[in-house]
Design a protein around this ligand. Structure first.
Ligand SMILES: CC[C@H](C(=O)O)C(=O)SCCNC(=O)CCNC(=O)[C@H](O)C(C)(C)COP(=O)(O)OP(=O)(O)OC[C@H]1O[C@@H](n2cnc3c(N)ncnc32)[C@H](O)[C@@H]1OP(=O)(O)O
Length: 279
C-alpha cells in the first residue's frame, strides 16, 4: 500500500469530515427503549431507498461513538425507515468518485464503523426488510444477529457492479455460513427470500412485515433478561473468541469481576430452580 494510501487510512476523523458534504439522508440513534438497555439505529434516506451516503456514514460513526460510552447498553437494533432496510452504498457517490482515492474513502470509513460496531460490548440485531442489497447486506452481516421480515429481498449484488464487497462482508459471511455457501451467494448475487435467509443460516428468525419492530423487540428482550454486566461480558467473551487460548484467558478476565457482584449475590439468595417441576 503506497504512502499516500497509508496517510489516508490513518486519519479517520478527516475522512468522516470530508464525507459529510456527500449526499443527504441520516442515520440516527433512537433512545425509545434505552430504559431497557436497547438502543435503535435508524437508517433513513427515503429518496434513495435508504442508500448510505457519505454524510450518513459520518452519522453512523457518531451513533457508534455514543454507544461506545453507553454503560447501560445491552443491545442495539439497526433498522431502515420506510419500505426497505438499505439499498447499499450511495451509487451517486460511487459514480462520481471513480478514483482509487474515492474507493478508499468509500470503504475505509464504513469498514472502521462496522468493526467498531462488532466490538461494542452489546449485541447487535439487524432487522432487515424489503430490498437489502450490496452495502445493506454488509451492514446486516456485521451484526451479531439478523432478523428478516417476510418481504425481504437480500442480495450481495456487488459482483453485478464489477466490484466485490467494499465493507468486509465476504469475510463476515464466510465466518457466518461457511466458505461454500458464502462464495455461492457472492458469485451468483441471487436474491434470498426470508425463508432462504433462515435456511442458509444468515437469519436467526423471521418477523411479520406489519409487526416487525414489535416482533424484533420481543425477540431481543428474550436475550436481555440477564444483568447488564453479564450481558455485556458474554458479548465480549463470544466476540473475542477467535483465538482459542487467548479467548479462554479473556473469558476468565471477564468472569472474575462478576463473581460476588450484587447481581450474583442477589440471584444466589433466590435459590432459583431453572427447570420447572424438576425433582
Ligand atoms: C460500493 C459497493 C457497495 C457495497 O456493496 O459495499 C454498494 O452497496 S453499491 C450499491 C448496491 N446497490 C444497488 O445497486 C441498488 C440499486 N437500486 C435498486 O436495485 C433499486 O433502486 C431498489 C431495488 C433498491 C429499489 O427499487 P424500486 O423500484 O423500489 O425504486 P427505484 O429503483 O425507483 O429507486 C428509487 C430511487 O432511489 C434511488 N436509489 C436506489 N438505490 C440506490 C443506491 N444504492 N444509490 C443511490 N440511489 C439509489 C434510485 O436511483 C431512485 O432514484 P430516482 O432519482 O427516483 O431515479
Amino acid at each position: 500500500m503506497d504512502r499516500n494510501t497509508e496517510e489516508i487510512l490513518v486519519d479517520m476523523d478527516q475522512i468522516a469530515f470530508n464525507m459529510l458534504k456527500h449526499g443527504d439522508g441520516e442515520i440516527v440513534l433512537l433512545e425509545t427503549y434505552c430504559n431497557e438497555g436497547i438502543a435503535i439505529i435508524e437508517i433513513n434516506n427515503p429518496g434513495k431507498r435508504n442508500a448510505i451516503s457519505g454524510k450518513m456514514m459520518s452519522d453512523f460513526r457518531n451513533c457508534i461513538t455514543k454507544l461506545e460510552s453507553w454503560k447501560q447498553g445491552k443491545a442495539v437494533i439497526i433498522l431502515g425507515r420506510g419500505q426497505n432496510f438499505c439499498s447499499g452504498g450511495d451509487l451517486d457517490f460511487v459514480k462520481n468518485h471513480p478514483t482509487q482515492k474515492g474507493g478508499l474513502y468509500f470503504s475505509t470509513l464504513m469498514r472502521d464503523i462496522l468493526k467498531r460496531l462488532e466490538q461494542l460490548p452489546l449485541f447487535s440485531v439487524a432487522l432487515v426488510h424489503g430490498a437489502t442489497l450490496g452495502g445493506g447486506t454488509e451492514v446486516a452481516v456485521a451484526c451479531d444477529y439478523i432478523l428478516v421480515s417476510e418481504d425481504v429481498k437480500f442480495a450481495f449484488v456487488q459482483g453485478k457492479l464489477g466490484i466485490i464487497t467494499a465493507w468486509g462482508a465476504a469475510t463476515r459471511l464466510t465466518k457466518a455460513i461457511g466458505t461454500k455457501k458464502a462464495l455461492d451467494l457472492l458469485l451468483t448475487s441471487r436474491i434470498l427470500t426470508a425463508q432462504e435467509c433462515l435456511d442458509i443460516g444468515l437469519a436467526s428468525g423471521i418477523v411479520t412485515e406489519e409487526n416487525k419492530l414489535e416482533d424484533c423487540l420481543e425477540w431481543t428482550r428474550r436475550r436481555t433478561r440477564h444483568s447488564c454486566n453479564v450481558t455485556r461480558a458474554f458479548k465480549l467473551a463470544v466476540s473475542q473468541s477467535n483465538l482459542f487460548d487467548e479467548s479462554l484467558r479473556n473469558e476468565l478476565e471477564l468472569f472474575l469481576p462478576l463473581w460476588g457482584c450484587p447481581e450474583n449475590r442477589e440471584a444466589l439468595s433466590k435459590n432459583i430452580k431453572h427447570v420447572n417441576g424438576h425433582k
